[in-house]
Design a protein around this ligand. Structure first.
Ligand code: PHB
Length: 398
């Protein structure tokens, strides 16, 4: 638990960023003092509900998202589509038990016109019917649950992040070619972990890869990975592919190294395994870990360099994929609100369909017909650089 508290503490210390007192009004979970912004209607101020984890294993991710949304607002004079914005923030917590009532409050009590955020796939799945039935738009800025933009697609749900199955898929065939032997699959036991493994496994096996074993560890409860690491060693696997994020990713990667597996058994995963504050906390233990993701601070474009510099200036640390996904949600709203005076849910979703290309730090992307981000994925490798570690971009994945 020591590592978790270190990560959480370092993130909490960053909750008073330089730009925080700009145009953005953050009102944590309180709807009573929010003034008179309208929940729908036209013109005037628009109220945006921001639903992110402020507690639990994913709290640092929530902070990154909050910062990303805020940076966009501060860069645009506190306005989206020419309209002043009031942000009401609520705590998603660790899953649907906390996340669903918090979202309902943002809509019914706080009268948000749109909700942005959601880290956990299980929360997103639990919110689908509520947003669809109340005809309010939800812009998912992380949670990758496949069904949300697949079998359970909703007119009211749009996603600026990824579908779980798509993040590991491009890595599967690459690992099958790169590793001479079988691969062990391990992930947090909930929708995201299972879907990130399934996406990888499909392309990995199609390319001739052999699975040495598969294990799902209790989500949010596993701090000691030793029994699972013993299982991996006993399986004779030549490499491991895994999904963990936040505090669990820190523990897993550190213990993988301490257990002596890292030198002989290459570690692969979706990029969340080594992202942002997680990578800082892992330190040298993460060097050599290879991941697939749609973002890295190391993407060598003027757009990304400027973004990283602006973010560093505002928050004194590097941005993350979570930051970018929320920053881009603000960009989507900016474009959509510029095209509609009416912030009624049915009008807003029509405007989302017309936002076109988003010029993001991750590269250009647009919504596909399922409301998911159509984007590139990169193969990244953790390398030491200038006394720290970074996710170096090796190449684009097909
Ligand atoms: C998810 O639950 O969908 C999820 C959570 C954390 C991540 C990625 C996906 O880093």
């Amino acid at each position: 638990m020591g590592v978790l508290s270190v990560v959480l503490r370092s993130r909490r210390a960053a909750t008073v960023p330089a730009l925080a007192l700009g145009a953005l009004v953050l009102s944590a979970c309180s709807g009573s003092s929010l003034g008179q912004s309208s929940g729908g209607g036209s013109g005037g101020e628009i109220k945006v509900g921001l639903l992110v984890p402020l507690s639990g294993v994913y709290a640092p991710l929530g902070q990154d998202m909050r910062n990303g949304f805020q940076l966009y607002l501060d860069q645009h004079g506190g306005k989206l589509g020419g309209r002043s914005v009031k942000v009401v923030t609520a705590d998603e917590g660790e899953g649907p038990q906390t996340g669903v009532p918090a979202a309902q409050k943002l809509v019914t009590q706080d009268q948000s016109s749109v909700v942005v955020g959601v880290v956990n796939s299980a929360t997103a799945l639990g919110l689908r019917d509520f947003f669809t039935e109340s005809k309010k738009p939800l812009i998912v800025a992380n949670a990758g649950a496949d069904a949300i933009t697949g079998s359970g697609k909703s007119e009211y749900i749009w996603r600026t992040s990824f579908a779980n199955g798509k993040v590991g898929a491009p890595l599967g065939s690459a690992v099958a070619k790169e590793v001479d032997g079988s691969v062990y699959l391990i992930a947090a036991d909930y929708a995201a972990g299972r879907e990130m493994v399934a996406g990888f496994r499909k392309t990995f096996e199609a390319a001739g890869g052999k699975v040495a074993g598969e294990k799902y560890t209790p989500f949010g409860k596993t701090q000691d990975f030793q029994p699972y690491l013993s299982g991996i060693r006993g399986s004779g696997a030549k490499a491991v592919y895994g999904f963990y994020a936040g505090a669990e990713a820190v523990s897993f990667v550190k213990q993988y190294k301490q257990f002596g597996l890292a030198d002989k058994t290459a570690l692969y995963g979706t990029g969340f395994l080594t992202e942002g504050g997680v990578l800082d906390a892992q330190g040298q233990a993460a060097v050599g870990v290879k991941t697939s993701l749609h973002y890295s601070t190391e993407i060598d474009t003027p757009r990304n360099k400027q973004f990283v510099a602006d973010y560093r200036k505002a928050f004194q640390k590097a941005p993350t994929v979570y930051t970018v996904q929320a920053y881009d949600a603000a960009a989507v709203l900016d474009k959509a609100l510029a095209n509609t005076k009416n912030s009624d849910g049915t009008e807003l979703i029509k405007a989302f369909a017309g936002v076109g290309t988003i010029d993001s730090p991750r590269g250009q992307w647009s919504f596909d017909s399922n409301h998911d981000a159509q984007q590139k994925y990169y193969l990244r490798e953790v390398r030491s650089s200038g006394g720290t570690t970074v996710n170096a971009v090796i190449r684009e994945l097909g």
